[in-house]
Design a protein around this ligand. Structure first.
Ligand SMILES: CC(=O)N[C@H]1[C@@H](OP(=O)(O)OP(=O)(O)OC[C@H]2O[C@@H](n3ccc(=O)[nH]c3=O)[C@H](O)[C@@H]2O)O[C@H](CO)[C@@H](O)[C@@H]1O
Ligand SMILES: C=C(OP(=O)(O)O)C(=O)O
Length: 436
């Protein structure tokens, strides 16, 4: 087993560059299945475990996929298979995003049911409601969801009960090859939705309104491969912004797009963080004293749930009482217990957590319960007394490329070790504690 060991106390300084966005590249790669002619060349692709997983899903569906130098080339022109098995979907829920493209291309798709995960039950009924409205017959059984349609899907008017990111993407990618027009209401407005629409349009689709609450899709008969560069990862950018702020550092985050993270910038400014938009990116200067604030996660342009745990780390160091309310996922506070193990003063009250800060954080052995929790625990470790050891790094690797190396490049005292070396470090700490 691998661990990341952080020794707290260093201020971060310098420049760090963010990668292409995980949550943009996964739907884009799933949508490459729509091109029955030509190759798709997707660039700025991060080397994340989730990307390797979706590439395996595509290969399994009979697409040719080459991933080199942050570029994925997909040739999906051969006849596609119908089924995405559980071995992939269990690793990564976003595998469900192949359902829309497969149904549109094949008139038939069978995908293992994703099930819940550490942050909530995560049902997919809004995705399925969309496929049904377009004429598909959907059945669920034996751990699979299957959708079939005679001939092409038919354009429809669909209203989502909640602006689900995945449902918006899956229905969009089904509707682009449907007969007639689809009007999709109460949709997600995340930048990743806009990126997907841009990619679909470059393949020859007719998608209008992405980024607003209503998307209108005129179906076309065929799509062809194109070139597309993925947008920068706003959550990775936000994570490094917190790293700079929590360590009273001074860091430029290159490639970050301020318009994609305006809610985060506003909240951090409220906390007293100095944030300057520069030509190369966003400069973040952490203050001596952070102010307590309240925040509530919401669909975009509200505060992103994927930044909630990192902000929890930051708020633990703020003066006064802060409250975070999670409205997007029903169970995304598992990291709060881990912060408590680091001496964080934190209480869970239903869908909110209350923190009385600043907490004097102490190094401890903690487990990443999901990918953002993993990053957040490392952020807390940057300002904790002594060593913090973070385990369950498979979650972190789903969403961050070279996270510890990037932090080390900014001056953090951090390393990634295997169990054997980690045990040696534990012994050293135990010995130094005995001597102290
Ligand atoms: C790969 C990817 O892009 N993942 C992101 C995507 O996940 P994902 O697409 O799964 O998130 P959704 O927006 O669909 O889910 C938001 C909420 O709606 C619920 N829901 C969703 C669909 C449905 O049919 N029924 C239902 O009840 C979910 O359980 C959850 O509570 O958006 C989330 C919300 O911004 C982010 O945290 C994830 O990082
Ligand atoms: C929850 C996340 O991702 P996923 O939907 O892929 O689990 C995330 O990126 O924080």
């Amino acid at each position: 087993m691998e661990k990341i060991i952080v020794r707290g106390g260093n201020r971060l300084n310098g420049t760090v560059r963010v990668e292409g966005a995980k949550n943009a590249v996964l739907p884009v790669l799933a949508a490459t299945l729509l091109a029955s002619e030509g190759k798709n060349i997707i660039s700025d692709v991060p080397t994340l475990s989730d990307v390797y997983t979706i590439n395996e899903v595509l290969r399994n569906l009979n697409a040719d996929v080459v991933f080199e130098n942050n570029q994925v080339i997909v040739d999906a022109s051969k006849e596609l298979n119908v089924e995405a098995p559980f071995e992939f979907v269990r690793k990564m829920r976003a595998s469900i995003l192949v359902m829309g493209p497969l149904l549109a291309r094949n008139s038939h798709a069978r995908v293992a049911l994703p099930g819940g995960c550490a942050i909530g039950s995560r049902p997919i009924e809004q995705h399925l409601k969309g496929f049904e409205a377009m004429g598909a017959k959907v059945t669920v059984g034996n751990g699979f969801v299957e959708a079939k349609v005679e001939g092409r899907l038919k354009g429809a008017k669909i209203y989502l009960d909640f602006p689900s990111v995945g449902a918006t993407e899956n229905i969009m990618t089904a509707a682009v090859l449907a007969e007639g027009t689809t009007i999709l209401d109460n949709v997600a407005k995340e930048p990743e939705i806009v990126d997907l629409a841009n990619f679909l349009n470059a393949m020859g689709a007719k998608v209008r309104g992405a980024g607003t609450g209503t998307i209108r899709i005129e179906g076309v008969e065929k799509l062809r491969g194109t070139n597309h560069a993925v947008i920068p990862d706003r959550i990775e950018a936000g994570t490094f912004m917190v790293a700079a702020a929590i360590t009273q550092g001074n860091v430029v985050i290159e490639n970050a797009v301020p318009e994609h993270i305006s809610s985060l910038i506003a909240k951090m400014k409220e906390m007293g963080v100095n944030i300057i938009e520069e030509e190369e990116g966003i400069r973040v200067i952490g203050p001596e004293t952070l102010k307590a604030v309240d925040l509530k996660t919401m669909p975009h342009p509200g505060f992103p749930t994927d930044m909630q745990s990192q902000m929890m780390a930051l708020l633990l160091k703020a003066e006064g009482t802060s409250m975070i309310t999670e409205t997007v996922f029903e169970n995304r506070f598992m990291h709060a217990e881990e912060f408590r193990r680091m001496n964080g003063d934190i209480k869970i009250e239903g869908r909110s957590v209350v923190m009385n800060g600043p907490s004097t954080l102490q190094g401890a052995e903690v487990a990443a319960t999901d990918l953002r929790a993993g990053a957040a625990l490392i952020l807390a470790g940057l300002v904790a007394d002594g060593h913090t050891r973070v385990t369950e790094l498979k979650h972190l690797d789903r969403g961050y490329v070279n996270f510890h190396q990037k932090l080390a490049g900014l001056g953090a005292d951090i390393e990634r070790v295997t169990e054997v070396v980690a045990e040696k470090a534990t012994q050293e700490t135990t010995q130094s504690n005995v001597h102290a």
